[in-house]
Design a protein around this ligand. Structure first.
Ligand SMILES: *Cc1c(COP(=O)(O)O)cnc(C)c1O
Length: 391
């Protein structure tokens, strides 16, 4: 099959030209002073993207590595954990937590809804034995997000640590680990940062480190060890293992790109793309997957597939006939997703996604108001452009 014309997936997303160029940098010895400097610069830049004072650990593997490492580091057999489940990633975290020996409590809602922070507060009050709370900020397969700005302080004020999957929100949605009082946050470069898949970007609070130090089950001398990175790399200047040299350069470039734009501007760009996409979906006569726009993520728009059609068939049609790659729901339901992440959260990208999806559904026999959808999306984009131009 030919290459896609547009990758509008939910990540890995299209990498920026700057990222691609950096990925082609010379591969140096990892203890070459030039690479040591690049690694330290990249850590500092990731910290600035997170907007945190917490220690940054860069693990060398796609974000799932960082999430597993974080969970293993915090969980000891018998620890009581509250896991919030609003989708596939939250559910998966629960399997891990249980597998690592946690006594698992869950608040689970249908995968088109979000968690009510008040319910978290009552649950924690009723269960003072809980020491750790796990939450997915942007539940990408569902296209929803949970209000970590409320959940973080609820947990902290009760002495409960938080483990946060912010893989798809960092750089695309407001996220503030320090003022939201979040402890262990794991992000990925291949979503809203437009970087390469292959690293885990992790911010660890002092409280989380204390808990990890006290945890006899926390991995050490292991690929999954956060402690190794802190003690060997930050402590002694020795890498626990050889870093992914090219990915580090790619991540640095992705950070440069967003820091040059400004994190708030990047977030605003994602929000505009998301608003345009949602307006287009509704005007076309399709239904958004999330129950309400208030809980819709800015990095991806999830769209319910009309009755009688299967998301795989729709996606295949979009890809083969129109050269546009969309995402399915990874098991969250019969939905397709238009990603607007990093470079694709700009310009007419959302409109391209809407046109490809709308025309494909029309091809498949759905009555779609394609023109209305395009007009509605363009009108949001035109408004935003006018405001940006100051008119
Ligand atoms: C992308 C993503 C991850 C990483 O998972 P993959 O399936 O390996 O891409 C983890 N959590 C969330 C919320 C994500 O969006």
């Amino acid at each position: 099959m030919r290459e896609p014309d547009f990758t509008l997936s939910a990540g890995p997303t299209t990498a920026s030209a700057r990222t691609l160029a950096a990925l082609g940098s010379p591969i140096t010895y990892h203890y070459d002073p030039v690479f040591l400097e690049a690694f330290r610069r990249t850590e500092a830049k990731v910290g600035r993207v997170f907007g945190t004072e917490n220690e940054i650990i860069l693990m060398q593997g796609e974000a799932v590595l960082g999430l597993e490492a974080a969970a293993r580091s915090l969980v000891r057999p018998g620890i009581c954990v509250l896991n919030l489940v609003t989708g596939v990633f939250g559910k998966g975290m629960g399997y891990w937590l249980k597998g690592f020996g946690a006594q698992l409590h869950e608040i689970e809602v249908p995968y088109d809804e979000a968690i009510d922070a008040d319910q978290v507060a009552s649950f924690l009050d009723a269960h003072p034995e809980i020491e750790l709370l796990s939450v997915v900020h942007s539940e990408t397969p569902s296209g929803t997000f949970n209000d970590c700005s409320a959940i973080g302080p609820i947990a902290r004020s009760r002495g409960v640590l938080t483990l946060v999957d912010c893989v798809s929100s960092l750089g695309g949605m407001p996220f503030d680990p320090d003022s939201w009082q979040l402890d262990l946050c794991v992000a990925g470069p291949q979503k809203c940062l437009g970087g390469p898949p292959g690293m885990s970007l992790i911010a660890v609070s002092p409280q989380a480190w204390e808990a990890i130090e006290r945890n006899p089950a926390a991995p050490t001398d292991s690929f999954l060890s956060l402690l190794d990175w802190r003690d060997k790399w930050h402590g002694q200047g020795r890498f626990p293992y050889t870093p992914s040299v090219s990915d580090v350069h790619g991540v640095e470039a992705a950070c440069d790109q967003i820091l040059q734009e400004g994190v708030p501007a990047s977030i605003a760009r994602h929000e505009t793309a998301a608003r345009a996409c949602r307006a287009g979906v509704s005007a076309m006569g399709l239904a958004l997957w999330p129950k309400s726009e208030d809980i819709s993520a800015a990095c991806v728009t999830a769209i319910a597939v009309p009755d009688g059609l299967h998301h795989e068939a729709v996606r295949d049609h979009v890809r083969t006939r129109y050269g546009v790659m969309l995402s399915g729901g990874q098991g969250a339901g019969n939905l397709v997703r238009i990603g607007h992440m990093g470079p694709t959260a700009s310009g007419l990208h959302p409109v391209v996604g809407l046109m490809a999806l709308g025309q494909s559904l029309a091809d498949l026999g759905v009555a779609v108001q394609l023109g209305h959808g395009v007009e509605a999306a363009l009108s949001v984009l035109a408004d935003a452009a006018r405001k940006e131009a100051g008119g």
